[in-house]
Design a protein around this ligand. Sequence first.
Ligand code: NAD
Length: 290
Amino acid sequence: MKIAFIGLGNMGAPMAANLAKAGHEVTGFDVAGASAEGVGTAASGPEAATGAEVVITMLPNGAILRSVAAEVIPAMSPGAVLLDCSTVDVESARAVAQQAEEAGLGALDAPVSGGIGGAAGGTLTFMVGGSEEAFAKAKPLFDVMGQKAVHCGPSGNGQAAKICNNMILGVTMIATCEAFALADKLGLSREAMFDVVSTSSGYSWSMNAYCPAPGVGPQSPADNGYQPGFAAELMLKDLGLSQQAAAAADADTPMGHRALELYRSFVEDEGGKGRDFSAMLPRFEERGRS
Ligand code: NAD
């Protein structure tokens, strides 16, 4: 397939390289001049998009997605698909999809989970919003870049699934970390805490698969000095998107709101920027009640 790939950053570059490695003809563009292995370089987004059957975007946020989409949609061929894999607000995803569809294009929002390791290994999970037809067209590309693609419904639903999942993740990680810090103060060993909770009703992905306590449970960023992993500032971004969506939809999300506040303090005032999001555990450890 002839593919344009716009946004060759930490995630986009390995995703584009995997598509090229699988035999697709990929032309890339990044405003910072980044490139990817096996991927041709265009001088602009519209140049990359011209003649492409699928235009993939992997960009920092909704405002940038909107401006890139406004530029590339007029350059795309009728019937081509605009496939956005960035994590952005639901509203921007829906606005861009509508614009693409009005121009006779297919449109999908397909944010990912799996991080940089998943992007490099081709093992991402895609959460996809958009038409059946566009999903079917992009499916072979999801199969190269990832291990699973879930079609979640119409445009915007991929982003909705992603931010709901990550709101649960942020909240459960905080709950797991504060419980470990409490257990420490109560004299319970971390090993005992893990052994009990990971097989009891407090279990979760945060405890069982990504345990925030070093030396306990499976290998995780905690065992590597809390190097990300999934950086705290990316969790902050996703929690912000979840609260933006909750405000727009009049949904009551008190735990998501509190998780946003805690990650905001952690990233902005408590040295959490650049650390894994599970480094909330040493944060709680250092604190008392006041
Ligand atoms: P990144 O900042 O490394 O990459 C974004 C790239 O977009 C940069 O190279 C930047 O130069 C480029 N860009 C910005 N404006 C542009 C424009 N107008 N035209 C062309 N290129 C432009 O970010 P990333 O880590 O690759 O993340 C990309 C997206 O994936 C984000 O939405 C992020 O939330 C999401 N995401 C990231 C991770 C992760 O672990 N890094 C995991 C899941 C989802």
